[in-house]
Ligand binder design. Structure first.
Ligand SMILES: [Zn+2]
Length: 280
C-alpha cells in the first residue's frame, strides 16, 4: 500500500514555494496558463522525500504512515527533477531534499508581497555604523576619508562623514562592496562618481567615471576662458596655477566644481590655471 499525499497536501506543498521547483539549481516554474482560458497547466509534483511504499527510493520503515503522508515528507519538484531524484538516491539523499525544501520555502517567504522593482535591487545589506571608503569620489584627495552608514533605506544607503557631510547612495549605482574585516573600513565602488558640487554644497552622483591620476586627479575638466567666473557670478574664486594649487588647500581653498560636476580650467601661454574657491 502506498502512502500517497492527499490533494490538499499537494496543493499546500506547491503553494508554499509558489509552484517553483525546489531543486536549488533548477527553480523551474511548474504552473502556467492552458489554451482553455479556464484551465492551468501543472508540470510539478509533490515528491516523496522518503518513499510512499517499501522498496521505493529513500524508504524509511521507522516513519509512521501519518508522517509519510504529511506535508513534512513532501518536496515540490518539476517532473524532470522528480524523476532525477528517484533514480539516484545516493546523489539525492533525504537530507538534501529537505535542505532544498527549506531553502525554496525561505526564498518564497522573502518574495511574498515584494514588487518586481523590490526584487531586482541588489541584495546588499548595510549594518548601522559600518565604516567605509568610497571610490571614485571627487575631489579625489578625500578618497581616504571614512564614511559611516547612518541608515539602510532599502533602495539607498545614507552615509555621513566626520564633518557631518551626508550623502544618500542609491544601491543601484553600487558596483562592488568589499569588506576587509572589522579592523579597517570597507570599500564601496560606484558605477560612476560621487561628486561634490560647490555651489549647491551637496554630494551628487554622476554616471561618468573620472580618468586615472594624474589626468583625472581633480575629476572631469571643462575648459573655459579667463572671464567665465565673473560672467557666471561665481563667488569668492580665483585662478591659480595648477602646479601650486595643493599649497592652497591647507589655507581653505578648494577646487570649484560646477553644477555639471566639472572643474574649470583656463589655459594661456602653455600655463594651466585652475579655479579655486573659498566656499566650504
Ligand atoms: Zn526542477
Amino acid at each position: 500500500m502506498r502512502d500517497e499525499f492527499s490533494e490538499e497536501v499537494k496543493k499546500a506543498v506547491g503553494q508554499r514555494v509558489n509552484y517553483i521547483c525546489s531543486r536549488s539549481d533548477c527553480r523551474a516554474q511548474t504552473t502556467g496558463p492552458q489554451d482553455d482560458p479556464s484551465k492551468a497547466v501543472n508540470v510539478g509534483v509533490a515528491a516523496h522525500i522518503t518513499a510512499a511504499s517499501e522498496g521505493g527510493p529513500r524508504y524509511d520503515p521507522e516513519m509512521t504512515t501519518e508522517v509519510r503522508k504529511s506535508p513534512a515528507n513532501a518536496v515540490w519538484l518539476c517532473q524532470t527533477c522528480a524523476k532525477l531524484v528517484d533514480n539516484d538516491v545516493v546523489q539525492f539523499p533525504a537530507e538534501l531534499l529537505r535542505r532544498w525544501k527549506f531553502d525554496a520555502e525561505r526564498e518564497a517567504r522573502e518574495r511574498v508581497g515584494k514588487t518586481v522593482a523590490g526584487n531586482a535591487k541588489p541584495q546588499i545589506g548595510f549594518m548601522l555604523g559600518t565604516k567605509l571608503r568610497i571610490a571614485p569620489v571627487i575631489p579625489r584627495r578625500i578618497e581616504q576619508d571614512v564614511w559611516i552608514v547612518m541608515e539602510d533605506q532599502g533602495d539607498a544607503v545614507r552615509l555621513e562623514k566626520s564633518n557631518s557631510a551626508t550623502a544618500a547612495i542609491p544601491k543601484s549605482i553600487i558596483e562592488d562592496f568589499h569588506s576587509f574585516g572589522n579592523s579597517q573600513p570597507s570599500l564601496l565602488s560606484l558605477k560612476g562618481r560621487l561628486q561634490w558640487i560647490t555651489e549647491k554644497q551637496v554630494w551628487q552622483f554622476f554616471p561618468e567615471k573620472p580618468g586615472r591620476p594624474p589626468d583625472g586627479d581633480l575629476g572631469i575638466v571643462r575648459d573655459v576662458d579667463f572671464h567665465h567666473p565673473a560672467r557666471e557670478n561665481i563667488p569668492q574664486c580665483h585662478w591659480f596655477r595648477k602646479e601650486v594649487i595643493h599649497k592652497f588647500f591647507s589655507q581653505g581653498w578648494n577646487v570649484y566644481y560646477g553644477a555639471d560636476g566639472r572643474y574649470l580650467r583656463f589655459v594661456q601661454n602653455h600655463e594651466t590655471f585652475i579655479l579655486l574657491t573659498r566656499l566650504p
